[in-house]
Design a binder for this molecule. Structure first.
Ligand code: IVH
Length: 689
């Protein structure tokens, strides 16, 4: 048989056996026969790569080594959920939902909240084309090769287009099944290797491996919890779940439709212990309004939908001995007391240290050294001391003395009125502050220089190669080659020699170079101005567009920026009045770091939409989605995320969403056609593209 035809035949056959196995739990052929056919296909594909099909099952075996992951923007942002540990707050939320829906009847879908890695998986024309991590919610890493190794994710869904369509995204939680995790650790112990800390970290690490063959060997899985597409395929979440399941997606059977808040409570109680039997770690449950039109009615806050909430189960709590307290100096100079504990197992990890936050917290807890204390994992991640275990005697009760001087540089500590934290004043010379500032600058949410992780900043500082983060941009290959240091890995408690070989050095320099293209908002966040978090940095970048405009801004002008209050404005103002900071900025500028917004000052096309808010629905003859968004902004308009009374115009294209149209009609929002839009921006239809 001709190679092309055989490749097609084998692809279809293997996909069929795979679906039977993973979706119907039926093995029609033995593993041996399956592997045999797979090998035949692999061989043919390597001889005739041009005939390899996009849904070939060989992609599940991995083998492609990706050097680094491309960053891709999510078509629909990946929002987070507001969450609570309190049943009372779940009831309050229910009351808000009821009010928001004006007494209309509604139902909830309750689901388990899986604790893994959120993934977004895109299908185009029925083929799995992309798998992306959540990243910062706006953009993430393209880890398609690794996502394709998940056998419960169909590579081709064309035969189900009547159920789920052909172009859509599914969102879900990627994880390493507990069983796989235990097997891997058992064999690691046998080989005398360090074990993986917990399934969540193991999954996170595995999804980021460059070699997808190694990923395939780790047998990751994914529970799907959301379907998104442009067509309004379903009217309820329930329908989407049933269709996804029928099309072979791994929708956990643990979901349930409930009529009211009492049903939600029953689900919460029922799954508190049952959840431990699932194959994935879990940290709570998620409640979602079932009907999509009601979801739209309820809408969104800046970060999360109003139509869903997560209830988190209280973390496991254990009692252990407080051996001592150490004091750590952070990036801002704040001194944090850290409890040194007798090691204790909590939610599958060993806890030896826990934050005590500040001096007031020590007083509040009434702690003394030698006490037995309760430790919990807040959100199951950062350990926290929650109280003294008075059932265990401690006759000595050695008091904890908060230092008067900085434990790192010896400067006298100070405390601002009304604040709990003690600070070291030496922002320019105190080593942990310098290091913390640089670590803040290189983190993913800022300049994203991940090749500088794992103690490498220490090496650069110790060798006097950098004094601040801007100095990274003048490092040379010769300076870095051959540097080394013994690094103590807290997680594995093992010493590791970090040494800069050619490849490492090149990686570092490439990472630094690449960071010059990070958008202005991320650079601004990376500068570490006090009280300027990611969101404020974005607002500032949008408002001022260039660093020079921001530096020149007076206190009053800063206060005009959305979200910027007195405290933040003062902090920004002070930051740019420091000689050291201005010098730092000069170095960034000289290095070519992005110091103006992408859609900055240059791209303005007109002001036909000045002061107007717009939203579009459907598809257009003359613009793609990106193009119409750009047109709105370059003509002075503001794109908003949903239909509300504040919306000036809804631009209506082909196949427009009926619920958006209805809502616009209900609220009296004006709708315009593509032609009318073009006229508003002063163009004529045929010269626009
Ligand atoms: S729905 C807009 N459902 O929790 C709402 N999320 O804080 C989208 N998660 O990053 C999320 N299980 O990765 C949803 N059954 C579930 C979930 C779930 C786990 C994760 C998800 C997201 C985070 C939200």
């Amino acid at each position: 048989m001709e190679a092309q035809a055989r490749i097609k035949e084998l692809t279809d056959l293997l996909n069929y056996y795979n679906d039977r196995y993973y979706q119907d739990a039926v093995s029609e052929i033995s593993d041996f026969e399956f592997d045999h056919l797979l090998k035949e296909l692999e061989k043919l594909e390597s001889g005739y790569p041009e005939f390899r099909l996009p849904d070939s099952p060989t992609q599940r075996v991995g083998g492609g080594i990706t050097r680094s992951f491309a960053t891709v923007k999510h078509r629909f942002p990946m929002l987070s959920l507001s969450n609570t540990y309190s049943e009372e707050e779940i009831r309050d939320w229910d009351a808000r939902v009821r009010k928001g829906l004006n007494g209309e009847p509604y139902e909830y879908i309750c689901e388990i909240k899986f604790d893994g890695i959120s993934l977004s998986v895109a299908y185009e024309d029925g083929i799995l084309v992309r798998g992306v991590t959540r990243g910062d919610g706006v953009q993430g890493d393209d880890i398609s090769a690794n996502v394709r190794t998940i056998r419960s994710l169909p590579l081709n869904v064309r035969k189900f287009d009547h159920l789920i369509g052909r172009s859509f995204e599914v969102r879900g939680e990627g994880f390493m099944p507990n069983e796989v995790f235990q097997q891997i650790n058992a064999s690691k112990i046998e080989r005398g290797e360090a074990t993986l800390a917990n399934p969540r970290n193991a999954a996170a690490g595995t999804f980021k491996l460059q070699d997808s063959a190694m990923v395939a060997a780790r047998k990751l899985d994914c529970f799907i919890y959301q379907y998104i597409s442009d067509d309004e395929k379903f009217t309820t979440h329930e329908e989407s779940f049933r269709a996804l399941k029928a099309a072979g997606f791994n929708v956990s059977d643990s979901w349930r439709k409930v009529e009211d808040i009492e049903g939600v409570m029953a689900y919460i109680h029922e799954w508190e212990s049952k959840r431990h039997r699932l194959s994935c770690a879990t940290d709570g449950i998620v409640v979602k309004v079932n009907r999509y039109d009601q979801r739209e009615e309820l809408g969104y806050t800046a970060k999360s939908p109003r139509w869903a909430i997560a209830y988190k189960y209280k973390a496991e709590s254990k009692s252990t001995k407080l051996l001592g307290v150490t004091f750590q100096v952070g990036r801002t100079g704040a001194v944090t007391p850290v409890a040194e504990l007798e090691p204790v197992e909590l939610s599958m990890t060993t806890v030896k240290r826990a934050t005590l936050h500040n001096a007031d917290e020590i007083d509040r807890l009434g702690l003394a050294i030698g006490d037995y204390v309760f430790v919990e994992k807040a959100g199951e991640i950062i350990p926290k001391v929650t109280g003294v275990d008075y059932s265990q005697p401690n006759p000595d009760r050695e008091p904890i003395c908060f230092p008067a001087a900085c434990p790192a540089c010896g400067s006298a500590l100070y405390r601002n009125e009304g604040e709990a934290a003690w600070y070291c004043p030496d922002t320019e010379g105190c080593p942990p502050q310098i290091k913390g500032t640089i670590e803040h600058f290189i983190q993913r949410k800022a300049m994203d220089i991940d090749s500088l992780g794992e103690g490498k900043i220490d090496i650069l500082l110790e060798n006097g190669l950098i004094g601040d983060a801007a100095d990274l941009y003048s490092l040379t290959f010769e300076q870095l080659l051959g540097l080394e240091k013994v690094h103590f890995d807290e997680e594995t408690e093992k010493e590791r020699k970090v040494s800069f070989k050619e490849k490492t050095v090149q990686n570092i320099l490439d990472g630094i170079e690449k960071s010059k293209n990070e958008p202005f908002a991320k650079v601004l966040f990376g500068m570490g101005i006090r009280f300027v978090g990611e969101t404020t940095a974005q607002k500032l970048a949008q408002y001022f567009k260039t660093i020079d405009a921001l530096i020149a801004a007076g206190y009053e002008e800063l206060m005009a920026v959305p979200d910027v209050g007195e405290k933040v404005a003062q902090s920004i103002h002070d930051y740019f009045r420091s000689e050291k900071n201005l010098n730092f900025l000069e170095k960034l500028k000289a290095a070519g770091v992005t110091l103006q917004a992408e859609n900055g000052v240059t791209e303005k096309e007109g002001n036909g939409l000045e002061g107007l808010t717009l939203l579009y629905t459907g598809t257009f003859e003359h613009f793609t989605r990106e193009e119409i968004e750009k047109k709105i902004e370059s003509n002075g308009g503001r794109l908003v995320s949903g239909v509300s009374k504040k919306l000036d115009y809804l631009i209506v294209g082909e196949g427009a969403g009926p619920s958006k149209l209805k809502k616009a009609a209900d609220l009296g929002v004006k709708t315009i056609s593509e032609q009318e839009f073009i006229a508003m921006i002063g163009g004529d239809a045929d010269s626009t593209d």
